[in-house]
Design a protein around this ligand. Structure first.
Ligand code: FE2
Length: 311
């Protein structure tokens, strides 16, 4: 494995105006992660084998004749990492290798370097709680319309996909929807209407390209007809945390004493009682009520034509 050169930028085409756009607009940039050798098929196969079972997420979707869809969760079983990638190449599966930096220290080093580079280029940017995951997904697999709670970026390594990013106005993502996601009451896709696409930023993401979008911007992804290896990164900043606390607190208030419209502005005194409410809510453990149970329904099987067997 080649260590990434310390002189080579991770973002190779950064321009001065990107410092104003980062986190506020959808931007697409070129990256050099492929040159690290840390995300080749072989390297990812090794990661799959090293991953703690609880950090290896496998999701398969099947479609009914009426257009309905069922999502099921799977496990690696005794398959090798390479078998798993081969099975994903033939199937309709998403594999998410989560929190890689927690159990593979060389990826922590890389991740720190990447955010160090962003911070050195964006005056005042201070990020923390960095997270790196690797996504391996089948040709033509889709990620449905949803929003995430933290700063997010998507880095393409191999194969290609189309990414749709939507506006952050409440027409596309309501505050109630954000609260639901923050309070972990839902594991469902958000409601999507085809006309939303007229307002989307649409881009193809090819190997060596990455994108990042504004906080809470809803998005969906369609893989093209190729196995996709991508890297997802997450980060938090003070404003992202303040916004989280405000939305979280509003959600708690709405569900307890029932007030409707709290402010979700991410600065100002109002965030402190809300942050406290968020903390208390978590402490008393009510948050687990809404957590969605994940039962394992399939296992990777290199001998099966679909790449998986039901269990
Ligand atoms: Fe996402």
């Amino acid at each position: 494995m080649n260590a990434i050169s310390t002189t080579k930028d991770v973002i190779s085409n950064w321009q001065p105006h990107h410092e104003m756009l980062f986190g506020r607009h959808t931007i697409k940039l070129n990256h050099t992660l492929i040159e690290t050798g840390m995300f080749t098929r072989e390297a990812v196969a090794k990661l799959i084998e090293r991953s703690p079972a609880e950090e290896l997420g496998l999701v398969s979707r099947t479609y009914g004749e009426d257009g309905s869809q069922t999502r099921s969760f799977g496990e690696l079983g005794n398959a090798s990492g390479m078998d798993a990638i081969d099975a994903i190449e033939r199937g309709k599966i998403w594999m998410n290798i989560r929190r890689v930096m927690d159990w593979a220290p060389e990826y922590r080093t890389l991740l720190d370097r990447i955010f160090g580079e962003f911070e050195s280029r964006i005056p005042g940017l201070k990020t923390n709680k960095h997270n790196l995951g690797v996504l391996v997904s089948s040709p033509n697999a889709r990620v449905f319309y949803h929003a995430d709670i933290q700063g997010q970026s998507l880095w393409q390594i191999s194969g290609s996909k189309r990414v749709f990013v939507y506006p952050t106005t409440d027409l596309f993502v309501s505050p109630q929807n954000i609260e639901k996601i923050l309070l972990r009451e839902t594991d469902e896709d958000m409601a999507f209407k085809p006309w939303y696409d007229e307002f989307a930023t649409v881009m193809d993401l090819n190997p060596g390209e990455m994108t990042t979008w504004p906080l809470y911007a809803p998005h969906r992804v369609d893989n093209h007809d190729s196995l996709n290896i991508s890297v997802t990164m997450e980060h938090w900043t003070k404003p992202i945390w303040n916004s989280y606390a405000a939305h979280y607190g509003n959600g708690v208030f709405r569900r307890t004493i029932g007030f409707g419209h709290g402010s979700t502005k991410d600065s100002g005194l109002h965030i402190y009682p809300k942050a406290a409410a968020a903390f208390v809510w978590k402490k008393v453990g009510k948050q687990t009520v809404g957590d969605v149970e994940k039962k394992r329904a399939f296992r990777i099987d290199a001998n099966s034509p679909s790449g998986l067997v039901n269990i």
